[in-house]
Design a protein around this ligand. Structure first.
Ligand SMILES: Cc1ncc(COP(=O)(O)O)c(C=O)c1O
Length: 393
């Protein structure tokens, strides 16, 4: 066996590539350590992480309270499944529902975003007795078959490979398109309230109210996939709070547990009542270790007012970038932001990386995606805007 501690980046990359199925287009870097908004590579180089470990490091990397909670839990009980009750799970459920309005205070705990979305689809179909879903052309909901079936983003579904859902796709922001399709066979309208991978964009608040009204009129469920927008990222605990529209189901993952794998589905009481033992399940979902982290993240989000902090950092960044040459605008909300360039984003993303800043790209070839820790500081963000200004000048 290779002793990895003595290997440099090139050797570690070669080792991983030799064994892992090559499904990821990885950056040629090996990250080995993180703290707050920063990560370090195997060669000791430091990067400001505005990609947030793929929108996961909501409290920054290795937040001391998350680390302490999982250390404590690991020494107490690493795992037991949902076949029994558990103190960490009970605590996590209570803290999680403190983030949502009273009518959504039922949770199902799972392991990932796609599993949360599979659950939402199951609940919608079971509750309505209908099959069809309306979803976004630019939406992304995960890689398992049910979630892929409602993923409109091109290039993710192999056309020769059948996916599960009966789904119609509509453009983001187009209420008329939903109105034309919704009917007595529609189980759910499901969307990322701000599409992310498909290109970060916002719609007017009236769009979300319009979706709510159409769903109510036709007896369909409104499902917000908040895997990226949720847990404080858009300035409120969940997106609906900011636009005054509550869906019937919210799915969350990524930042939910500050780096531990976890998915959460929030549902209305009435929907929960329609689910029976055996209707859904997962071995690892709601495990004690993940629950210890979920509970801490929910607590810190509220105690440290991270949603408000996200809005302040957004305002700072918009201010700093408003007249920057090479930039057409800033899309998104809170700390889920798209920087719309007047040129291809890929070379700028690579130059930023060389300068020590990690940012994301997406399907929009001229957009840089930012999803930094919600704890990112004023000075850290300023470092980034200064660097971007110099690169685009
Ligand atoms: C909006 C959205 N939904 C669902 C998923 C799938 O989450 P996971 O990779 O945890 O299955 C993602 C992942 O990027 C996502 O961005």
């Amino acid at each position: 066996m290779t002793e990895t501690a003595s290997l440099d980046s090139a050797a570690l990359i070669a080792l991983e590539d030799r064994y892992h199925v090559p499904v990821y287009a990885k950056l040629p870097m090996v990250l080995v350590r993180g703290s707050g908004s920063w990560v370090w590579d195997a060669d000791g180089r430091k990067y400001l992480d505005l990609y947030g470990g793929h929108c996961v490091a909501s409290l920054g990397h290795c937040h001391p309270r998350v680390v302490a909670a999982i250390q404590r839990q690991a020494e107490t009980l690493l795992f037991y499944s949902n076949v029994v009750y558990n103190d960490a799970r009970a605590a996590a459920c209570e803290r999680l529902v403190a983030l949502v309005p009273p009518e959504l205070r039922r949770v199902f705990l799972c392991n990932s975003g796609t599993e949360a979305n599979e659950t939402a689809l199951k609940i919608a179909r079971k509750h309505t007795g209908r099959q069809r879903v309306i979803a976004l052309r630019e939406g992304f909901h995960g890689r398992t078959l049910g979630s892929l079936g409602v993923t409109g983003l091109p290039g993710l579904v192999d056309p020769s490979y059948p996916v599960a859902a009966a789904c119609d796709f509509v453009p983001f922001g187009d209420l008329h398109a939903v109105a034309d399709l919704i009917g007595s066979e529609t189980a759910a309208v499901m969307l990322e309230p701000i599409p992310s991978m498909g290109g970060i964009r916002c719609a007017p608040d009236a769009y979300y109210q319009g979706l709510r009204d159409l769903c109510d009129e036709h007896g369909a469920l409104l499902v917000f996939d908040e895997v990226q927008t949720g847990f404080g990222r858009t300035g409120t605990p969940f997106f609906g709070d900011g636009v005054g529209v509550q869906p019937d189901v919210i799915t969350g993952a990524k930042g939910a547990a500050g780096g531990m794998p976890a998915g959460v589905v929030f549902v209305r009481d009435t929907l929960s009542a329609a689910m029976n033992a055996g209707d859904q399940g997962t071995t690892f979902g709601g495990g004690p270790l993940a629950c210890a982290a979920l509970a801490v993240v929910a607590e810190v989000l509220l105690s440290d007012e991270l949603p408000r902090h996200a809005l302040e950092r957004e305002a700072q960044l918009r201010d700093a970038l408003c007249d920057m040459s090479g930039l057409r605008g800033v899309s998104g909300k809170g700390l889920l932001l798209g920087l719309d360039l007047d040129q291809p984003a890929k070379p700028i993303i690579a130059k930023l990386r060389d300068a020590g800043f990690l940012v994301g790209g997406g399907k929009d070839p001229q957009q840089i995606r930012l999803m930094p820790p919600l704890t990112i500081t004023h000075d850290e963000l300023q470092l980034f805007s200064n660097a971007l200004g110099m690169l685009l000048a």
